[in-house]
Ligand binder design. Sequence first.
Ligand code: MG
Ligand code: MG
Length: 259
Amino acid sequence: MILIKTDEEIEIQRESSLLVGKTLAEVAKHIRPGIKTIELDCIAEAFIRDNGATPSFKGYNGFPASLCISVNEQVVHGIPGNYELKEGDIVSIDCGAYKNGFHGDSAYTFGVGEISEEAKQLLKRTKESLYKGIEKAVAGNRIGDIGHAIQTYVEEFGYSVVRDLVGHGIGRSMHEAPQVPNYGRRGVGPKLTEGMVLAIEPMINLGTRTVIQERDGWTVRTADRKISAHFEHDVAIRKGKPDILSSFKWVEEIDPTNE
Ligand code: MG
Ligand code: MG
C-alpha cells in the first residue's frame, strides 16, 4: 500500500531530508586522501545526534553504521571501516536521518582529490540522471516514467543501470511502497499522486549492470569491478512540479568536482 502524506507531514519530513543534506556536507568537508571511512561515519553520527535526530541506518536489519560508504566498484551498502581513502577514489556516501517520526534519505558520490576524466563524467551524468528522473515525478505520471527517463539518459553514454536495487517510498518507515526502479517503460507502474514521497536513487555503472554481494553480507559491488556512482533525493509528488525535500546545496558548496 502506498501511503499518502499530508502537507504537515511532508514539512516534518522535509526537516529530516534537509538534515541529511547538511550531514552529507559535514562529511564532505573531511573527504581527503588518508581519512578512514569509519572516521567519516563518526562525523555523520555525531552531527545527526547533535541535531536531535537518530541515524536511520544504524541497526537497520543489523547494519552497524550511520552511513553506507561505497568506494569505487562498490555500488551501495558499503560498511565504514579502516579503509583509507586515496587520491583518485570515488566515494558514495548514503545517509539517513530520523526525526519527529519521519526519515530522510539522500546520497552523493564524491571524488577524492583529483579523479580521472572518466570518473568525473560518470559522477556528473549520474547526478544529471537523478534530475531527469525527478522531472517525471509529478502527479499523473507513473513510476515507469521516472525509471525510463533515468535509463534512457545514462545508456546514451554506454553506462548501465543497476537493476537489483531500486528507490522506494519513504516516510515513517525508511522503505515504503512503491519500489522506484531506475529503469523501465513509460506509462507503466503505479500512478503518482499528490502526497506520495519517493526516494529516487540511480545507481549507475561504468561497465556491466551486474552486481554481486560481498561476503560481509552488505556491500554490493559491480561484477566487473568497474566504478559505480549513486545519487539520491527525497521527492514529494505534487501537481505540475516535483518538490525535492532533500538538498545538495550545502554539499555542492564544498564538492570540488562539482561544476
Ligand atoms: Mg539512501
Ligand atoms: Mg534510499
